[in-house]
Write a protein that binds this ligand. Structure first.
Ligand SMILES: [Zn+2]
Length: 115
């Protein structure tokens, strides 16, 4: 499931993947870190597609997203943020976040299979 998340102060906004709204919120917290200075708002509203300014590869089907095609940007987290281990002076992350490019076709399939 993909959620739209924005900070109440309006400074940060993004689309995050998660099995629940809480999960997506954890992804947002992890990816924004100290940049986040306010509470966040999570909405289930469908992300808006963006027109590609250059060629990308779809993160799900590995097909090309050609320049000018519509696609979605989604923040994905690999691993489990809940497994982050905090040791004195060190934080061991068992996950990482990145921005995925998703073609409109996969977005449709993905939304259907998880809703
Ligand atoms: Zn795809």
């Amino acid at each position: 499931m993909i959620y739209n998340i924005k900070s109440i102060d309006g400074k940060l906004q993004g689309q995050f993947e998660g099995t629940s709204a809480k999960d997506a919120a954890i992804n947002a917290f992890n990816s924004w870190g100290s940049e986040l200075k306010s509470k966040i708002e999570v909405t289930k509203e469908a992300p808006k597609p963006i027109r590609a300014a250059k060629c990308y590869t779809c993160d799900y089907c590995r097909n090309n997203i050609d320049k000018g095609d519509l696609y979605f940007r989604v923040n994905r987290t690999i691993g489990n943020p809940k497994n982050t281990i905090i040791l004195p002076g060190t934080i061991v992350h068992n996950h990482y976040s990145y921005t995925a490019h998703v073609c409109t076709n996969c977005k449709r399939v993905y939304s259907r299979s998880t809703s």
